[in-house]
Design a protein around this ligand. Structure first.
Ligand code: COA
Ligand code: AMP
Length: 629
């Protein structure tokens, strides 16, 4: 068996040959002859002369390869106690019909379609139907509030929106349709129509002329074949939180994405056609795009779509029952989910109660995997627990202990070695490459490999300034860390204003914007503080305008409600403190990094330029009370 270092060396020797070889795993209508065209702006494009269709690769080709009757997609709902199986043939029929319905409504290649849906089979049909037509989907996570949805609608300018009437969360029904209606009241751009999937738990009151019932829309629609698109045609836009309040539209090219995913399914996840792959995430996140939908389907696996939680729906055994029932070979989730299970079932009794022989590995990503959680899971499950590091922008893992290679020695706290294609360097502020054990910014030498974002939607300049400008010749990941003497990567966390809350990525700038919009707030800061379950949770620090007479407690309550309303429940924003002032430099810059260091109980220097040391002391006291609570 090859080692990952050997694969990396082979890639370094000739990246073009490496990736053109990897491209053979994909069915092309015109196979590419060029790997990366580095002359194309902003940072190169992959497989520029290739032509293909993503839906054909994910669905139709498996029917032609005699997998038509194999389950392609299984929807398991812990919320309704139901399951639905879709064979590759059935999936093709559903998707081709929905694509026909979209086409009848005028959707053509390059049009955008926003998908605002919970974890139901139709959400996957919707993504694949867009791909079938060469339309660009943009899935918006259901835990975001209406203004967040509106911002994405205005940026993507969709011709259509596909939504469900409701989503099901423990103890409550989320009225997706009401959120959509409110978002459209806020948005400048209006789609031609919204197609609404009516769920029995809470059907929507459809707006005449605008909303179309999903079933009516597909009833007489013709099944349409896959439309050939250029490898560089965008497959989707996925918005993610950046350092500003405005979400960034990560663009994903069709051809290079599928090549990268196919390579990863084989070498990182080592899951073959016919096996069951389960990414317990949400289609609203990159993990859902890459490893609920496109990765496993392109590989010919059975993929699971799970509507439920790791605990409480109804208990901490939910994951293990699913693994036994559907003979899951590979599980992928966020460390938070394992922490939640461990908290409820520390002795792993639910695991023991189920037959988990099918499970070969558990992959963790989305946030730092703390060594305790990794150790607990590997002892309880008896399979490799693989921490791997990546982000929405890259679309697939940058650093991972690939299961398809000879096993690597594990070092606690490290996702191990870079994946071929990702030449990782640690840089200082002057872009000098740092040596082993020296902490700095984690960056990737350009060009980025296939699968990574080629740009931001309609915003090449934003792409350059957010990722390429800080360190010329490199892509800045936004994470800090170091390499050790063996080249193992240690990721220490974000060095910008992004926080990971239960594996969900949020921008503190976005939360600050919501707080700042309150009429009583003069200034504010949001920082992430450690949380045993969610890894990090945000906390707000606000200074009130002079003359505000409302009590700090009432203001805090209002602000918590406001963030839920403006950003969404997913922010888990539950604590907001009124303070006399925020610590600043004399030039007026709020000392966020210093506050973060205090919250993390890390050493920090009080800047010589501090305006008022008493302000820092107040924050220290507030944070020490909050953290120790
Ligand atoms: N639609 C609407 N609301 C949603 C939602 C969705 N798709 N997903 C989450 N929410 C809401 C939840 O209902 C909750 O609302 P509440 O404040 O009314 O309770 C809030 O957003 C926070 O949700 P969540 O982060 O799921 O926290 P939780 O406290 O309900 O559950 C865990 C805690 C650990 C069980 C949960 O965070 C979890 O399963 N994490 C795994 C994360 C994951 O898969 N990340 C994907 C990246 S790999
Ligand atoms: P997202 O774009 O939502 O996938 O979030 C990406 C961010 O999550 C990264 O930039 C990291 O900060 C964090 N992250 C993801 N995986 C890991 C990991 N294995 N270890 C540490 N941090 C991680």
């Amino acid at each position: 068996m090859m080692t990952q270092r050997q694969a990396f060396a082979r890639w370094q020797e000739d990246p073009s040959v490496f990736w053109l070889d990897a491209a053979a795993a994909i069915s092309w209508l015109r196979a590419p002859s060029i790997a990366c065209d580095t002359t194309q702006s902003p940072s190169g494009r992959w497989f520029v002369d290739g032509q293909l269709n993503a839906c054909y690769n994910a669905v139709d080709r498996h029917i032609e390869a005699d997998r038509g009757e194999q389950a392609a997609l299984i929807h398991v709902s812990a919320m309704t106690g139901s399951e639905r199986h879709h064979s590759y043939r059935e999936l093709r029929d559903e998707v081709a019909k929905l694509a026909g319905a979209l086409q009848k409504l005028g959707v053509t290649a390059g049009d955008r379609v926003v998908i605002y849906m919970p974890m139901v089979s139709e959400a996957v049909f919707a993504m694949l139907a867009c791909a079938r037509l060469g339309a660009i989907h943009s899935v918006v996570f259901g835990g975001f509030a209406a203004p967040e949805l509106a911002a994405r609608i205005d940026d993507a300018q969709p011709r259509l929106i596909l939504a469900a009437s409701c989503g099901l969360e423990p103890g409550r029904i989320v009225d997706y349709h009401a959120l959509l209606v409110r978002a459209l009241q806020l948005a400048k751009h209006q789609p031609q129509h919204c197609i609404v999937l009516q769920r029995d738990q809470s059907p929507a009151r459809l707006r005449p002329g605008v909303d179309l019932d999903w079933q009516d829309a597909v009833r007489d629609a013709p099944q349409v074949p896959p439309v050939p698109v250029a490898a560089t045609a965008p497959l989707y836009i996925l918005y993610t939180s950046g350092t500003t309040g405005k979400p960034k539209g990560v663009v994903r090219d069709t051809g290079s994405y599928l090549v990268a995913l196919a390579w990863s399914m084989q070498h990182i996840y080592a899951t073959a056609a016919g096996e069951t792959f389960w990414a317990a995430s949400d289609i609203g996140w990159v993990v859902g795009h890459s490893y609920i939908v496109y990765g496993p389907l392109v590989q010919g696996c059975t993929t699971l779509l799970y509507e439920g939680k790791p605990v409480g729906t109804p208990d901490a055994g939910a994951y293990w029952r699913i693994i036994e029932r559907y003979r899951v070979a590979t599980l992928f989730t966020a460390p938070t989910a394992i922490r939640a299970i461990k908290r409820e079932d520390p002795r792993g009794q639910h695991m023991q109660a189920n037959k988990l022989q099918s499970l070969r590995a558990l992959f963790l990503a989305g946030e730092r995997a703390d060594p305790d959680t990794v150790r607990w899971a590997s002892e309880a499950l008896g399979v490799p627990v693989i921490d791997h590091w990546w982000q929405t922008e890259t679309g697939w893992p940058m650093v991972a202990n690939g299961l398809g290679f000879e096993a690597l020695p594990i070092k606690a706290g490290s996702p191990t070695l870079p994946v071929p294609g990702f030449d990782i360097a640690v840089l200082d502020a002057e872009s000098r490459v740092l040596g082993a054990h020296q902490q700095g910014s984690l960056a990737v030498r350009l060009p980025l490999p296939p699968g990574c974002l080629p740009t931001l939607w309609n915003n090449d300049e934003g792409f350059r300034s957010a990722y390429l400008r800080e360190h010329p010749g490199y892509y800045s990941t936004g994470d800090g860390g170091y390499l050790d003497e063996d080249g193992y990567v240690f990721v220490m966390g974000r060095i910008d204003d992004v926080i990971n809350v239960a594996g969900h990525r949020l921008s503190t700038g976005e939360l600050e914007q919501a707080l700042a919009g309150h009429p009583a707030v003069a200034e504010c800061a949001v920082i992430g503080i450690a949380d045993e379950l969610k890894g990090t949770v945000p906390i707000g620090l606000v200074v009130l305008k002079a003359g505000v007479t409302v009590s700090p407690q009432d203001i805090s309550r209002e602000l918590v409600a406001r963030v839920r309303d403006e950003v969404g429940p997913v922010a888990s924003f539950q604590r907001c403190h009124v303070v006399a002032r925020l610590p600043k430099t004399r030039s007026g810059k709020v000392l966020r990094a210093t506050m973060r260091a205090i919250a993390d109980e890390r050493p920090y220097d009080v800047p010589a330029t501090i305006e008022d040391p008493a302000a820092l002391e107040e924050i220290r006291q507030v944070l020490s009370r909050t953290v120790s609570r």
